[in-house]
Design a protein around this ligand. Sequence first.
Ligand code: ADP
Ligand code: MG
Length: 251
Amino acid sequence: MLQLEGIEKTYRMGKSSLRVLKGIDLTIEKGEMVSIMGPSGSGKSTLLNVLGILDAYDGGEYRLDGTLMKGLSERRAAHYRNQFLGFVFQSFHLVPFKNAMENVALPLYYQKVGRRQRNRTAMEHLERVGLADWANHRPSEMSGGQQQRVAIARSLITQPKVILADEPTGALDTQTSREVMDILKGVHEGGTTVVIVTHEHDISEMTQRVIHLRDGLIESSERTTHGHGPASPPTGGYEGPVSAESVAAGD
Ligand code: ADP
Ligand code: MG
């Protein structure tokens, strides 16, 4: 699903430059749930931004579902992002003056889906993360965990094949982190590829494979006790809302 070969990335600021990714070789299979760990500054977010076609790279090759992502115009990049990817961030990135339903519906607004359809689909996704009762509340009225669940519902509404999450539990307490991870596991069990950047061991232990990044290089890639490969069937793609029971049933 995601294939990196010799990926290099250097940030240039005036006369100085900082080589952040120094030749990353990494393949993430369809339907896998992996975590990326590493010290602060090791390039985790940069790597995730490359995977998310949010940032260009300078060397190597990145293939998304077999297609080379290189030298894309912003328009093409946006096309591939919309078609394949969903994003979850540490700080949720919700629109403060919109309620939960409107936040979840936002990607469909950009796809020019009509309001009724948009809101109906958004409600289904809010139900999926257990927040149907909070549809009319704004982010400021919700806890951090609830806000992150809204953000996950928003990331799922376009039925992405891959979810990229940068420290999704970084701002949450342990119990809330677990709830958010349970939802992401449910998404993975639905066949979606999930990539999570984290520096918490108990979070990475909930994924199938832990990739350790150090100083711009992959130091190791280890299967966890959940590491028996992609969930089956590994056909990829989130197929729409799954019932709350099937989320809760995920181990
Ligand atoms: P991590 O997510 O592992 O903490 P990052 O990928 O955010 O690491 O950053 C890796 C290094 O690149 C850090 O030293 C950071 O300061 C630097 N960096 C990140 N983004 C930029 C940028 N846009 N411009 C310049 N330097 C950057
Ligand atoms: Mg980071």
